[in-house]
Design a protein around this ligand. Structure first.
Ligand SMILES: [Zn+2]
Length: 338
């Protein structure tokens, strides 16, 4: 097995509720995945948990690892290498790459998790061969990634492409976590919003599979709703359709602004597939401008919930030679002059 996995890098996708890490070889095959809960930890505990997860994968793969890439749901400041603000995790103003490089004694690159995801999908996934791609990763929150002109777009300092925080309802509900805005796409179309919608729907109609599952002691979670929707439960399907229509409003904005060839939907909630995407497609067809709306493809991530992990590994493998390992990866190569 060590032979198969030789020359691996480790990709890590740190989400709002869990971490996913794996050793990824040059053909993007994933070896030795690990999955850890990230809920309820403070920043120091989170950093320790992440380091231990990486060391676990490194040991499992026989120690032959050349670099580690992290996708974290955070905005960055490329002037300082600082991970500045995470909406759904207790990370703020931390030199995450420096901390990890020192802790792991390995070259480390760090980027926003959805930037990693769009890179993976554009290189080898649902947007392979496309030069203009937008991506939304729907989990606890909604991450955004842009691949424009054949490159990941990060904005001036690395804080760009927070597409989940585009406003869909000006006076909508307060957004979640540390976001100060209201009515963000994330507040109406994330996995968190899905659970809220399902909870409202099941209260009105407790007699279907979803209500019975809750009565039997199951916790109301996004994966439960998605699974029952796929099995045909009408209440779960209704909740996913509500989320899908809200998603469509956000995608229509992306279509009008970026005229992408494809909008890729990833993250855990994308497991709902066309149950989620069809309502979104309908809204895009009603609301976006031509010709973009007639030509755009709305596709589920080919790497599924592993897109961020695989993209983080691609970044780790391609880190620019000679750039200090802890400088924050590619974003650092665009650091503006002081
Ligand atoms: Zn927001």
């Amino acid at each position: 097995m060590a032979g198969v996995a030789a020359g691996c890098v480790i990709g890590v996708d740190l989400g709002g509720t869990k971490l996913l890490a794996g050793a990824v070889d040059a053909d993007l095959a994933v070896h030795h995945r690990t999955n850890r809960p990230a809920l309820g930890l403070n920043q120091a505990e989170l950093v320790e948990m992440v380091a231990q997860a990486v060391e676990g994968v490194r040991t499992a793969v026989g120690g032959d690892v050349s670099a580690v890439g992290f996708g974290i749901p955070c905005t960055f400041d490329a002037r300082t290498g600082m991970a500045v603000q995470a909406v759904n995790l207790p990370l703020h103003d931390i030199r995450f790459a420096d901390v990890m490089a020192e802790r792991l004694a390995l070259p480390v690159v760090v980027d926003n998790d959805a930037n990693c995801a769009v890179l993976a999908e554009a290189r080898a996934g649902a947007a392979q061969g496309c030069e203009e791609v937008a991506m939304l990763t729907i989990g606890t929150g909604i991450g955004g990634g842009l691949f424009l002109g054949g490159e990941v777009y990060r904005g001036w300092l690395g804080g760009g492409a927070e597409l989940g925080h585009m406003v869909i309802e000006r006076d909508g509900r307060p957004c979640q976590g540390s976001c100060p805005n209201r009515g963000c796409l994330e507040s109406v179309a994330s996995g968190t919003a899905l659970v809220r919608e399902a909870s409202l729907a099941v209260a009105r109609r407790p007699d279907t599979a979803l209500g019975l599952a809750l009565e039997a002691g199951h916790e109301l979670t996004g994966p439960l709703v998605t699974e029952l929707a796929r099995d045909g439960d009408p209440v779960a399907r209704e909740a996913i359709e509500v989320i899908g229509r809200a998603l469509g409003v956000g995608v229509a904005n992306l279509v009008n602004i970026f005229n992408p060839q494809v909008v890729v939907i990833g993250g855990g909630v994308s497991a709902a597939g066309d149950l989620l995407l069809d309502p979104a497609r309908e809204v895009v067809a009603q609301r976006a401008l031509r010709p973009g709306r007639d030509l755009v493809r709305l596709a589920a991530a080919a790497f599924g919930a592993e897109a961020g992990m695989v993209g983080a590994a691609i970044l780790a493998r391609e880190r620019p030679p000679g750039v200090p390992s802890a400088a924050g990866g590619r974003a650092s190569s665009r650091t503006p002059a002081p």
